[in-house]
Unconditional design. Sequence first.
Length: 398
Amino acid sequence: VLASVQPRHSLHSQPLPHCTGRMAGSPAAHLAPRQKLNDEKGMDVRITNILAARAVADTVRTSLGPKGMDKMIQDPKGEVLISNDGATILQQMKLTHPTAKMMVELSKAQDVEAGDGTTSVVVIAGALLQAAERLLSKGIHPQTITEAFLLAAEKAEEILTSVALPVELTNREQLIQSAQTSLNSKVVSQSSAELAAIAVDAVLKVIDPATATNVDLNDVRLVKKLGGTTDDTELVDGLVLTQKVSRVAGGPSRVQNAKIGLIQFCLSAPKTDMESNITVRDYAAMDRLLREERTILAKMVKQIAKTGCNVLLVQKSILRDATTDLSLDFCAKAKILVVRDIERDDIEFISRTLGVESCASIDSFTAEKLGKASLVYEENMGSDLGSIVRFTGLDEST
């Protein structure tokens, strides 16, 4: 399509006949050289942008295809990342050129829309820009090239639509084959059959195959544990937390028919402001202070237990510990399983998955805000992997 387009405008036009008799100092005599200078500057800018985009494409080109090579990337902190995924590689690169950044955004958009082809889309864009560079060197106007690209895109979409095969979301085997194809060029290609099945089943769990046209990948959470092998990967129909169960002496590590609470306040006695302090001058005052803290914590745990809550998730606190040994002791006596240091970024996902509403204060903690699960338990995965907390038998509506 590009080769057949004829140029509409020439960058170097012939002077008009009525301008030949002008004096050297007249405006018309300076118009053509000035226009030529501006055209040359514009051409230089376009060529510079094309070269920057091609440099990005050449960087990831060698990682494309089944024989593509992995890239080893080391960040300023010394952490090493090995990947042949185009979006991952480009995100780790510290690019400053605006056009190079646009190539990174292109790869990100492809990753969001399709989840694959992040390297191919950058390589194709680089090849198209290289072809555009050749057309520019022949004097073809940029607008003409742009219109030709749009025509080519329409034709390409028409051809792809004609050869595309419909996919039924109820056909699990066909979905697994598609997922396995995209995994064959990854580091985990040897385990592509197992991982493809897990990926497909995970997506089918969070959509309605009869009506879904897209999937929100935020509904699927990847939980990573350092150690083990790819064969240890499993799909959990529920929720998994990498935090340990918090307890000092005793306390449950397994709860059936769990009623789950999620709090965003510390399970500890109130503290003074950062610029304030309390001076204790004698043992009697210290004893009164400790008794008051004990009374406050006992009241908080009693109010939580009164709602029927037997699993408590506590958000991580920056300024102080989310729980104290005394509060954990009270929870153990009330048969409440406590998991603390829940990250702030995970609150929304946990709330949506468990059907629990987070509470910012003890006064707002009510039975109506609790989530439910058939079983919550701590699973020890060995000395190297530590332990996790599993939530199974969740409400299907959540």
